[in-house]
Write a protein that binds this ligand. Structure first.
Ligand code: MRU
Length: 353
């Protein structure tokens, strides 16, 4: 029977005020909640991927700023703003690729600029209100994306997805998995091919878990099987999320997404991206300047918590966490405002908030 996934990241009044999140490093083995009562805890949770996925990182950062206001002992507004600036810098230094992080911090900066003159109490309140709004809006945006994508998903579609762009990667419902959820709820009888997504297995650990919880039919494959299932005619479309979309429609997403897009084009399978407008970085003309996070070599060297023995102990390791899919491989970008098609410079510009 389908069970509900608890909120990915939220504010709770317990412990004198805390940011509560699902600790995604523990899934699927156990569903454990992490309560952060200090902004440093939120920053470290983002870094080690306890909370991950572009929109969820943005929500965590906004709530982290509210927490920084809440925990600051400053009595005057100047000192409070100083503490908030330090919190902002710490959160901004956690992960470089997902633009939603910086978008959310800018939203919180705007609250500071607009409300600081009302004094520390009002500023603290305003930060919490805005952070809660960002979380609630994200959920609404995901549901709107799911609805907007329905026109793209045929009855009985076999949908391939990469990484986790589900409820766990957002405030709830998901972007790519929001499309899957909406199609499932609309009775489309969809089935999902889940790429395991090496090195950290967000597909096998998180997407498979979410789909299982929802009772949506799914099949787990290793990343190197995607081409074969496409060649068998068993994939009708690909739907993925994104961490940052350049103004021209180039899409940064989890490492391996580009490979899937190339395979999809080779097999005439439509490749769709679902992301909120807050993922579009209108300041970047193209994807080649999107900053790509590089993570620890251990993530590549370790497989199922065991060090894979290299033939040569000095072998080099490269671990980019994301790649960029050029816009010409993207058939549509679904946002909460509608479905954008090429030329993306125009269609995405028309959706700008
Ligand atoms: O490193 P992660 O797990 O944060 O990477 C997440 C992804 O690449 C997702 O596909 C992307 O953030 C979209 S989430 C709606």
């Amino acid at each position: 029977m389908a069970q509900r996934v608890p909120p990915t990241v939220t504010w709770v009044d317990e412990d004198g005020g805390a940011v509560r999140m699902i600790d995604q490093t523990r899934l699927p083995g156990e569903l454990v909640m992490l309560n952060c009562t200090e902004v440093e805890c939120v920053a470290q949770a983002i870094e080690r991927l306890s909370v991950r996925g572009a929109p969820a990182i943005g929500c965590a950062a906004a709530l982290g700023m509210a927490l920084a206001g809440h925990t600051s002992e400053a009595e005057d507004v100047e000192a409070l703003v100083g503490d908030l600036r330090a919190a902002r810098d710490r959160l901004a230094a956690t992960r470089p690729t997902a633009v939603n992080l910086f978008w959310a911090l800018e939203e919180m900066d705007r609250v500071i600029a607009d409300r600081a003159q009302e004094g520390p109490h009002a500023l603290r309140q305003a930060l919490l209100e805005r952070a809660r709004e960002i979380v609630e809006d994200d959920l609404q945006r995901c549901m709107a994306m799911g609805h907007n994508a329905l026109a793209l998903i045929p009855q009985g579609a076999n949908i391939l997805t990469h990484c986790n762009a589900g409820a766990l990667a957002t405030a709830g419902y998901g972007t790519a998995l929001g499309v899957v959820r909406a199609a499932h709820e609309a009775g489309r009888g969809v089935h999902v091919w889940v790429d395991e997504t090496r090195p950290l297995l967000q597909g096998a650990r998180l997407t498979a878990w979410e789909l299982c919880m929802e009772g949506i039919p799914a099949t787990l494959i290793t990343d190197n099987m995607a081409g074969y299932v496409m060649s068998q005619g068993r994939v009708d479309c690909v739907v993925v999320g994104s961490d940052r979309i350049a103004a021209n429609g180039d899409v940064a997403n989890k490492i391996g997404t580009y490979t899937v897009a190339v395979l999809a084009r080779r097999h005439d399978v439509p490749f769709y991206v679902a992301a909120p407008v807050s993922t579009v970085d209108y300041g970047l003309a193209s994807g080649d300047i999107i900053p790509i996070e590089e993570r620890s070599h251990d993530e590549v060297a370790m497989l199922a918590h065991r060090v894979t023995e290299p033939v040569c102990p000095d072998i080099a390791i490269y671990n980019p966490a994301f790649d960029v899919t050029p816009h010409d491989l993207v058939d549509a970008i679904v946002t909460e405002k509608g479905v954008a098609r090429a030329p993306y410079v125009q269609s995405l510009a028309a959706m700008r908030d």
